[in-house]
Design a protein around this ligand. Structure first.
Ligand code: AR6
Length: 175
């Protein structure tokens, strides 16, 4: 689909309306893409996350949910924080939870008036989700959403070419 862009790069540099962060339920930052977003975006994002925690999610953001904050110094307008499943903890429920991360982030971006959204490969780093399985879920949810929302565009941003190529190979059978 031509409204899906698959590329290699650093998601913090994406000039889109919203970038998605593979966060953890504390929303207080971490390693991987989460660390990169907070480092590049500066303290305003963390302040907004603290406010979200206090006002809406004192126990933490549940897995599969998404919230939006400002994007601090980043070129995007919003950061949408979502909590992917930890693969070895969720068994059969993992795929639904990962699908929920993509779907709820897209719905939130749409409500914010965004026409383009960039995703990292949620849960495929520290949270251990097999990259090929995660690719198919991500692609299916995004394609379905874009079919219903013709004015939107999605960027899948991979940290390196081998992850990008693995994604392209994994979705060959479903695209
Ligand atoms: N741009 C694009 N992709 C990136 C970037 C970047 N700058 N940096 C890393 N990736 P991970 P998770 C890729 O571990 O598995 C954090 O500590 C990376 O290569 O960031 O959902 C959170 O606080 C991988 O393919 O997220 C949580 O505790 C993908 O992003 C936990 O990690 C996701 O890897 C979340 O783990």
């Amino acid at each position: 689909m031509d409204r899906i862009i698959i590329k290699t790069g650093d998601i913090t540099k994406e000039k889109v309306c919203a970038i998605v962060n593979a966060a953890n339920s504390s929303l207080m930052g971490g390693g991987g893409v989460d660390g990169a977003i907070h480092r590049a975006g500066g303290p305003k994002i963390l302040e907004a996350c603290e406010q979200v925690r206090q006002e809406s999610y004192p126990e933490g953001l549940p897995t599969g949910e998404s919230v939006a904050t400002n994007a601090g110094n980043l070129p995007s307008n919003y950061v949408i924080h979502t909590v992917g499943p930890i693969y070895h903890q969720c068994g059969e429920d993992c795929s639904d939870l990962l699908a929920s991360c993509y779907r709820k982030s897209l719905e939130l971006a749409h409500r914010l008036g965004c026409k383009d959204v960039a995703f990292p490969a949620i849960s495929t780093g520290i949270y251990g989700y097999p990259k090929d399985k995660a690719a198919i879920i991500a692609y299916e949810v995004v394609s379905h959403f874009l079919n219903e929302n013709k004015n939107m565009q999605v960027h899948f941003v991979f940290h390196n070419n081998s992850d990008r190529d693995l994604f392209i190979k994994a979705i060959e059978g479903v695209s």
